[in-house]
Design a binder for this molecule. Structure first.
Ligand SMILES: N[C@@H](CCC(=O)N[C@@H](CS)C(=O)NCC(=O)O)C(=O)O
Length: 207
């Protein structure tokens, strides 16, 4: 059985939601920030990061690879589309935007002090990241103008995008002018899979 290592509220919670949406049988191990840097965890994730997916002796890191592995393991979830190369590419495009562009921008906001101890530099990184996020979420907002899901159908890109929106809310990243995105965020909060996973990870429910 697949086993996912996740830290509540992190990007790994997105993988947890993808497993739940796939109607998969899976195990979850919830880890905290401190345990990520311990010897035992570093043997499966040398970078000391979640997500990690374990399938027997096979150990996999990196969101994109894990999302793909979930889809290949549980094709009934159709989280990369209907089998056409266009739907698969569309879902991967948005998954890549979240993993390669949106997620790293957040790292500049909550991890600025890992880059520099100079307060001015930290503030510059923070404000540059907020501008970048505003532009990226603008792209997502346009895409959602006539779509319920980011790729046009429910896909692995959605739970990951959703997790970044919880960070945006927490860190007060301004998305107030993006109505399509705000509506999407509200819809996702009510999604039964999201609700189940948030409960399982001990995260507060959305009011
Ligand atoms: N490139 C990695 C990034 C994973 C990542 O940034 N994980 C974060 C949680 S969202 C983490 O484990 N942070 C803890 C740390 O770096 O100490 C992936 O896509 O899986």
């Amino acid at each position: 059985m697949l086993k996912l290592y996740t830290m509540p509220g992190a990007c790994s919670t997105g993988c947890h939601i993808a497993l739940e949406w796939s109607k998969a049988e899976y195990d979850v191990e919830i880890v905290d920030q401190a345990s990520l840097k311990k010897e035992e965890f570093l043997t499966i994730s040398p970078s000391g990061q979640v997500p990690v997916l374990v399938d027997g002796k096979f150990v996999l890191t990196q969101n994109i690879a894990i999302m793909n592995y979930i889809v290949d393991s549980f094709s009934q979830g159709k989280l990369l589309g209907n089998g056409s190369k266009q739907e698969k590419a569309e879902a991967l495009r948005w998954l890549a935007l979240v993993n390669s562009d949106i997620h790293p921008a957040f790292r500049l906001i909550f991890g600025g002090q890992r880059i520099s101890s100079d307060q001015k530099i930290i503030e510059t990184l923070d404000s540059a990241a907020r501008k970048q996020l505003h532009r990226l979420y603008g792209e997502v907002d346009q895409q959602l103008a006539d779509k319920e899901w980011i790729a046009g159908f429910r896909s692995v890109a959605d739970p990951y995008l959703f997790m970044t929106l919880t960070w945006a809310q927490h860190l007060k990243v301004d998305i107030s002018d993006y109505n399509n995105l705000l509506k999407y965020y509200m819809r996702m909060q009510k999604d039964p899979g999201v609700v189940t996973v948030f409960k399982a990870e001990g995260l507060p429910s959305f009011g």
